[in-house]
Design a protein around this ligand. Structure first.
Ligand code: GLN
Length: 212
């Protein structure tokens, strides 16, 4: 890894341009990833929001699923937002039977989880380890995390309107496990680059020789 890490943004669908802008604002170089050769050089990868069932299909069509799985298994840092969070989970509830995910984070994610109450909403989220006050969370047909496995750190929660869950602190909407992190919300649609900064810092720390 050079002094400036190179972060890929999976560019099959979704908010690619906004993530690239946020990655650059966080001091890294952003490159769109559509094919296997583009994956080789990146130090980390953002998997944007969109539609996880479509993304799963497109990953197969572009012959990217297996190469990406390999890089994740080898420890490449990744940040998944919304549909990207679903793609990183090892268990997906309310998914389509043929939808695949990478299992990079041991967690159970429920698709369109807030849909029963509200399709889309915004809420301030206190994120563990983030200075500067709550992050403005924009949720769009968002998933939540129902189970976290060993080694998964909960970074943020939100009230869901579901009494018992809220009494327990709210639904889990941001997690981190090793070099991977995921948010239910879309940090790329706000001008606040702190979540991307958090990821870029993780990528920097993950590189053995962060400076060449
Ligand atoms: N509901 C979408 C899915 O299941 C995720 C929505 C989003 O990424 N904004 O993939």
């Amino acid at each position: 890894m050079g002094i400036v890490p190179e972060i890929g943004v999976l560019a099959l669908q979704g908010d690619v341009v906004d993530h690239m802008r946020a990655v650059e604002a966080a001091g890294a170089r952003a490159v769109p990833v559509r094919r296997e050769s583009e994956l080789d050089s990146v130090d980390g990868l953002v998997i944007p929001g969109g539609e996880s069932t479509t993304m799963s299909k497109l990953l197969a069509v572009f012959e990217l699923f297996e190469p990406l799985q390999k890089r994740l298994d080898a420890g490449m840092p990744a940040f998944g937002s919304c549909a990207g969070m679903i793609m990183l989970a090892d268990e997906v509830l309310d998914g389509r039977p043929d939808q695949r995910s990478f299992g990079a984070i041991p967690m159970t994610v429920r698709r369109n989880a807030f849909g029963r109450q509200v399709d889309s909403f915004e809420a301030p989220i206190d994120l563990e380890g983030m200075v500067g006050g709550p992050f403005h969370g924009v949720f769009i047909r968002a998933p939540w995390v129902e189970r976290v496995g060993e080694g998964v750190e909960v970074l943020g929660r939100v009230n869901s309107g579901d009494g018992p869950a809220d009494e327990a602190g709210g639904r889990i909407v941001a997690v981190r496990a090793g070099a991977c992190m995921a948010t239910s919300f879309h940090p790329e649609v706000t001008p606040d680059a702190r979540v991307h900064q958090y990821f870029v810092d993780m990528v920097r720390r993950s590189g053995a020789g962060a400076v060449e």
